[in-house]
Write a protein that binds this ligand. Sequence first.
Ligand code: NDP
Ligand code: 8X3
Length: 251
Amino acid sequence: MKSKTAFITGATSGIGKATAEIFAKNKINLILCGRRSERLLELKNILGKLTNVTTLQFDVSNKEAVVKAIDSLPSAFKKIDILINNAGNAHGLSSIQDGSIEDWDAMLDINVKGLLYVSKAIMPQMVKRNNGFIVNIGSIAGKEVYPNGNVYCASKYAVNALNKAMRIDLNKHNIRVAAIHPGAVETEFSEVRFKGDTEKAKNVYAGYKALQAMDIAEIIYFVVTRPAHVNIEDLIVYPTAQASATILNKE
Ligand code: NDP
Ligand code: 8X3
């Protein structure tokens, strides 16, 4: 396979799925990851018409599963040029004293440790080749703490710190590292945060035009296609109606 290969976590929905779509249109080979196998299969069938696609079904927070999945990649997909660390979610939105410990564990295990497990399995080959690109999807929640955001914000502050750490430690290995921090993007994010309460989730995006997953995917594609000497390290992207994590110009 001549063109570059990208490994995308959280490709079954939202930002990760849109990134897979734009990468496929631009002939980037794809390793698509997520837990929902039926969605992975559907994506493989559709995007496989545009580029080479393989899928890996695993939970990023399960370190043995991460290693096993990545070890199982077919030889044509073993060389990974671009890693998009996108899998993540929020569980709950409540004051810290009322938060659920299970929700805290899930957010820290997925958003922080999951990102580390996947990166740990892929960084060594990039170091060896003295080449690679890692894009970490942070959040405005990793730049500003907002009321009731507590542990989700902490997890995204950690992503922000890890992005900087990767940039520093991988710099001498010619590996580009970039973080993109979106504000409100209309995806399944709020459905997950509110545990399937679709009305509550819909309300998050009501009264203004939220970012769409493809808005972020186009930016990711732009970032990874800059010339070799250019690295866009840290980028905040808001919908026009949003001025901060908490200031939103709703109708
Ligand atoms: P979605 O809920 O639409 O997508 C989340 C993706 O992550 C899904 O593909 C899901 O796949 C995957 N995922 C979740 N948990 C796991 C897990 N344990 N193991 C493997 N994969 C997992 O949300 P978004 O597209 O909005 O979210 C993508 C990223 O963007 C997240 O990191 C989120 O924090 C961040 N973000 C989102 C914003 C927003 O407003 N939407 C704003 C700022 C940042 P599956 O369920 O199949 O495993
Ligand atoms: C997702 C955006 O504002 O809900 O990271 O934290 S927000």
